[in-house]
Every structure is written in structure tokens, then in C-alpha cells.
Design a protein around this ligand. Structure first.
Ligand code: HEC
Length: 105
């Protein structure tokens, strides 16, 4: 997983991601045995828009794409913090060739 030179906002997001999300989603969003990688084409902005990240933290996520179980809500993370986390994930996605693709059902 390549990590680009991050914008200031994304570097804040990285710290927040490591504190709140990386236990399941892994360092740099590469995934662990407890949760899926977010640096994955499933999570390109055309399939999972930024709103999906806010909803995931607020409401949790029912298992649907993977077999890790449900994601519990993460109410300790504020919306402003999430915006920085999303910025971080998007910058790492782009550095790894994951860009917008329209979602077709
Ligand atoms: C306790 C483990 C755990 C933690 C902590 C966690 N997640 Fe998740 N997350 C998961 C699992 C498991 C899924 C996959 C659900 C599925 O699709 O089967 C998931 C899915 C997601 C999705 C996809 C949502 C969708 O609509 O499909 C996003 C976005 C996400 N997580 C963001 C985050 C962010 C941001 C954080 C930190 C604030 C975080 N997660 C913390 C376990 C976790």
C-alpha cells in the first residue's frame, strides 16, 4: 500500500484513523482479520461516497460486503474528525489507483 505525501488535513485524518479505525481497517486502511481494507475498489467514491463514511461512524454497518461481522458505531469520532479521516482515505486511495467509478447495480 503506497502512502502519498499527505495534505495537512489528511495527516490529521491519519492520526485519527489510526486511533479509531485502524484496529479493524488496518494501517493505511489495508485491512486486518477484524475488518476490510478501505483502500479497495469497493470503496471508490463512486460506490461509497463520503456520506457512507459519516453514516458508518454514526450508525455502524451491517455486514454485507464481507464476513467480518457488523461494524459497531464510532460515536467518539466527531463529524469534523471524520471529514479529515475521509480526506486521508481518499488521498491514499488515489495514490493506489482507486478513483471514481460510477456504480452500476
Ligand atoms: C470493530 C471493527 C471496526 C472499527 C473500529 C471500524 N470499522 Fe469500519 N467496518 C468494519 C467492518 C467489519 C466493515 C464491513 C461491513 C461489511 O460490508 O460487511 C466496515 C465497513 C466500513 C465502511 C463501509 C460502509 C458501507 O457503507 O459499506 C466504512 C466507510 C468504514 N467501515 C469506515 C470506518 C471508519 C471511518 C472507522 C473509524 C472511525 C471505522 N470504520 C472503524 C469494522 C470496523
Amino acid at each position: 500500500m503506497d502512502e502519498p505525501t499527505l495534505s495537512a488535513r489528511a495527516s490529521q485524518g491519519k492520526t485519527l484513523f489510526e486511533a479509531n479505525c485502524a484496529t479493524c481497517h488496518g494501517e493505511r486502511g489495508a485491512g486486518t482479520e477484524k475488518g476490510p481494507p478501505l483502500i479497495h475498489d469497493f470503496y471508490n467514491p463512486g460506490h461509497h461516497a463520503d456520506a457512507a463514511f459519516f453514516a458508518a461512524a454514526k450508525f455502524g454497518v451491517r455486514q454485507h460486503h464481507w464476513h467480518f461481522g457488523n461494524m459497531p458505531p464510532q460515536p467518539q469520532v466527531s463529524e469534523g474528525e471524520l471529514a479529515a479521516i475521509v480526506q486521508y482515505i481518499r488521498e491514499v486511495q488515489v495514490a493506489n489507483g482507486i478513483t471514481f467509478r460510477p456504480h452500476r447495480m
